[in-house]
Write a protein that binds this ligand. Sequence first.
Ligand SMILES: [Zn+2]
Length: 334
Amino acid sequence: MFDAMTRRHGQNGQTAGGVKLSGHPISQRTLKNPISCTGVGLHSGVKVTMTLKPAPVDHGIVFKRTDIAGNGALIPARWDMVDDTRLCTGVSANGAVVRTIEHLMSALAGSRIDNLLIEITGPEVPVMDGSAQPFVFLIDCAGVVEQDAPRMAIRVLRSIKLQDGDRMVSLEPADSFQVDLAIDFASAVINRQEMQVEITSSAFRSEVCRARTFGLEQEVAMLRAAGLAKGGSLNNAVVIGADNKILNEDGLRYDDEFVRHKVLDAVGDLYLAGHPIQGRFQGRCSGHAMNNLLLRALLSDPTAYRLEPMCETLVVPASGAEVLPARAVAAASA
Ligand SMILES: [Zn+2]
């Protein structure tokens, strides 16, 4: 039954296990019900209430600052609205800002949410526990509905690479969303860590979403002096002490939680493309600023990408004996 679709949609290619084919088109999704949470911003320390509300087809992810006079201010969560990449990703429009959106964006990408109105009573998304897991939990509690329109993806057509000294980011063509990230910190606790992962919904949940943001104790002191990290605590960040010990009583959630959190950040930052990306992202000692520059380079070059409907992926084993449903590209590219 999938063969007819296969011939019409997407690109097909060889994999180690057989031939990857494209199947049914995938629908856009939003939440079934509104849901709220309250917490403090990592940098501002300001307590805010945030409500995730269902939104119509082709609405995209949009913030609304409800504390701004009049009807509030709308701020699309989009790459060209990014105006702050110092220690977090922030967007601004219509005279209003929302900062530290990346962990929420990552949860929306991993949970495959296309359309959402995010009402927020202050300038920064609550940090919650420093990971994306509390947002994934909120989405699960609210429920998700399929909408009557195809989900569009940004297919990377040619490689784009940005280099800044030791730091590098790139995107290259691939038939799913893959992240290949490496970090190298002077701290003996972190050192060099690498991770390569195909971002399916299940991989996001099990391998990425629980990884918390982190910092060195002496950096936290400097940030506080500069008026940042005011909401930071051992409840929402992994903190490494001067003696290279993890200060959090319960230790790490994954042995390599640091690089996993950087993957989480990259997934969130890249979802600001406005659609899921079909391509392989590589990052070396990169961060929010380079992630955004990479999106700007990709999306300002019409020959580098194509917007196309997403389809579920099927794998035909090398023997050709039967067609097996595989991980949905929907999830893979979220
Ligand atoms: Zn982060």
